[in-house]
Design a protein around this ligand. Structure first.
Ligand SMILES: NC(=O)c1ccc[n+]([C@@H]2O[C@H](COP(=O)([O-])OP(=O)(O)OC[C@H]3O[C@@H](n4cnc5c(N)ncnc54)[C@H](O)[C@@H]3O)[C@@H](O)[C@H]2O)c1
Length: 338
């Protein structure tokens, strides 16, 4: 069977998770690790058995024997790197967020479409067994019509977290704060489960971290196209942090997800929700990454081999960016007129 030859670009916190998943795949091979910090690239290459490592990702793009590139760099580099990789004929998996605004997200999608390459966005929590089971239950009408969805991301990030990777905490390089970085997974799941958002308003503030520009607390109100009301609360100021919660209330039942487990499911018709066991163990990831990176990466490799769209396409990855784009645009407008 054909083997997909891969390179991981960006070997900071999350790059090694991609490298480990590729090292364990039977259908992919990790060929190269890339980071502008040479020792990070070398360490990942050595630890996960890559043939070589580079400081400049162009070296990967120039090689005809590399099929796919995994972009694990700071947010502002995602779109330029996706477009560059697509133009060189590489299939691309990009870490979340796809982009820091809607227009550039659309450009990345278009570049991949034109190049005829597969494009996936790493919103791995869509593949959590609980998400898959709940999505199916909603589709089968077990909760009735969705009335409201609430999400809560009450986490803690220290000042060192922002200082250690200085691209974080700045509009230009992170594109926003807790919403685009930490809460994007929860927002994405709310959209995935409850459908598109018709209107949105938000209150953002920077309260607990003096050295950053972007928001560290946010409260978002949403109206979904099907009529449901949504609310997302997110902060990186909540020491020591607690599990992410998503609650869905429908006319015939309700469900609560805590972290990546089903905490409660009740349907008026009495049907229980069966959540499959995970196929894969967690990788080197921090627990809050969840266990589905490997699943999403395997799906992307299969999508290339089978010539089909991946589970989370560019278009799907753009949905949360569109909501965030509206929130941040309005926030900037209010700041400018204050
Ligand atoms: N899906 C998830 O659950 C999850 C979890 C963590 C991080 N992420 C995302 O992964 C991305 C990376 O986050 P991180 O926490 O690993 O950040 P990080 O700062 O720890 O790592 C980023 C790495 O990219 C490298 N880099 C910067 N410019 C580069 C360039 N031009 N070429 C090659 N390498 C370059 C840096 O040196 C650094 O090692 C972000 O988009 C983040 O939001 C996703």
């Amino acid at each position: 069977m054909r083997e997909i030859r891969c390179a991981v670009v960006g070997c900071g916190a999350v790059g090694p998770v991609h490298a480990e998943a590729l090292s364990k795949s039977t259908r992919a091979r990790l060929i190269a690790a890339v980071d502008v910090v040479a020792e990070r690239a070398r360490d990942v290459a050595q630890k996960y058995g890559a043939e070589c490592w580079y400081e400049d990702y162009q070296k990967v793009l120039e090689r005809d024997d590399i099929d796919a590139v995994f972009i694990c760099t700071p947010h502002y580099l995602h779109v330029p790197m996706v477009i560059d990789a697509a133009r060189h004929g590489k299939h691309v998996l990009v870490e979340k967020p796809l982009a820091i605004d809607s227009d550039s997200a659309a450009m990345a999608i278009e570049a991949c479409r034109r190049a005829g390459v597969r494009f996936a966005v790493c919103l791995q929590n869509r593949m959590n067994p609980v998400t898959v089971a709940l999505k199916d239950a909603i589709h089968r009408g077990l909760l009735g019509k969705i009335v409201c969805v609430t999400g809560a991301v009450s986490w803690y990030r220290s000042d060192e977290y922002y200082a250690d990777s200085p691209w974080r905490g700045r509009w230009e390089t992170e594109g926003g704060g807790v919403l685009i970085n930490q809460a994007i997974h929860t927002l994405d799941l709310m959209l995935h489960l409850a459908g598109d958002v018709e209107s949105v308003s938000a209150t953002l503030a920077t309260v607990g971290h003096r050295a950053i520009e972007v928001e560290d607390v946010a409260s978002v109100s949403m109206r979904f196209a099907d009529g449901a009301v949504g609310n997302l609360f997110a902060t990186t100021c909540s020491y020591p942090g607690t599990d992410v919660r998503i609650e869905i209330v429908g006319t015939k039942g309700s469900a609560l997800i805590e972290a990546d487990a089903l905490a409660r499911f009740s349907s008026i018709n009495g049907e229980a929700l069966v959540v499959e066991d995970d196929r894969y163990e967690s990788l080197v990831a921090k627990p809050y990454y969840g266990a589905s990176h490997r699943k999403l990466i395997e799906d992307f490799i299969e999508a290339i081999i089978e010539n089909r769209p991946p589970f989370v396409t560019g278009e799907e990855g753009k949905r949360s960016i569109d909501v965030l784009n509206t929130i941040y645009r309005e926030f900037r407008r209010q700041k400018a007129s204050a």
